[in-house]
Design a binder for this molecule. Structure first.
Ligand SMILES: [Zn+2]
Length: 181
C-alpha cells in the first residue's frame, strides 16, 4: 500500500474514515497527512468500497432511487412507444438511456449538444438505479451544481432526443441494452 497522497508531505497517521452515499456510510481505515489532513483513497480502499456497494444494492435496493426527474411529455410518450415496441416499460427505457450515457464514447458530445424546444408539460418520475450509477449521478450533480433528478433529466432528454431523431447508433445501443436487460 502506498502511503502518500498528492500533497507530498512526508508524515502520515492511521485513521478511521468514512464516505457517505445515499444515506449509507462506508467505513474504512486509511492514512492521513499529519500536516494538511489530506487522506489517502488507495486502490485497496476502492476495491473494498466497490464490494461494499454491491452489498448495499442487495440490502437496500430502494436507497439508490433518484427522485423528481422531470421528463417533457413528448419525450415521455416517445419512451412509452419505444418501450411497447420492445415489450419493456418506459422505466426500462429511461434506465437504459442513463446506462448508455455513462458508457458512451461520445458522452461529452452528448452533454454539450444543443437541445430543441420540448413540450412544456412534464411527467415527473422517480427511478431506481444501482449504486455505481447512483455514484456517477451524484458526482455529476456535485460538479454541475444540480439536483440528482436534474442531472438524470438532462441525460434522458439527450439520449431520447437522439433516439427519437432516428440516430442509428443510439437506437442500436438502446435496443442492444433493452434486449440484454
Ligand atoms: Zn499533506
Amino acid at each position: 500500500m502506498t502511503k502518500q497522497t498528492d500533497c507530498g508531505h512526508p508524515k502520515y497517521k492511521r485513521i478511521a474514515a468514512n464516505r457517505e452515499i445515499a444515506g449509507l456510510v462506508f467505513e474504512y481505515k486509511t492514512e492521513q497527512c499529519t500536516n494538511c489532513g489530506a487522506t489517502l483513497w488507495s486502490s485497496e480502499t476502492e476495491i473494498l468500497f466497490r464490494e461494499w456497494l454491491r452489498k448495499q444494492k442487495a440490502e437496500h435496493p430502494d436507497k439508490f432511487t433518484i427522485q423528481d426527474i422531470k421528463i417533457p411529455l413528448d419525450l415521455y410518450e416517445f419512451a412509452v412507444d419505444f418501450g411497447k415496441r420492445h415489450s419493456v416499460t418506459e422505466t426500462d427505457v429511461f434506465r437504459s438511456a442513463i446506462a448508455i450515457f455513462y458508457t458512451h464514447q461520445d458522452a461529452e458530445m452528448i452533454s454539450n449538444m444543443k437541445l430543441p424546444k420540448f413540450s412544456q408539460d412534464f411527467v415527473t418520475k422517480k427511478l431506481r438505479t444501482n449504486p455505481v450509477m447512483y455514484l456517477r449521478i451524484e458526482t455529476d450533480a456535485r460538479l454541475l451544481d444540480l439536483y440528482k433528478g436534474e442531472v438524470v433529466s438532462e441525460i434522458i432528454k439527450r439520449v431520447l432526443h437522439l433516439s427519437q431523431k432516428g440516430e442509428e447508433k443510439m437506437l442500436a445501443e438502446m435496443e442492444r441494452l433493452l434486449f440484454a436487460a
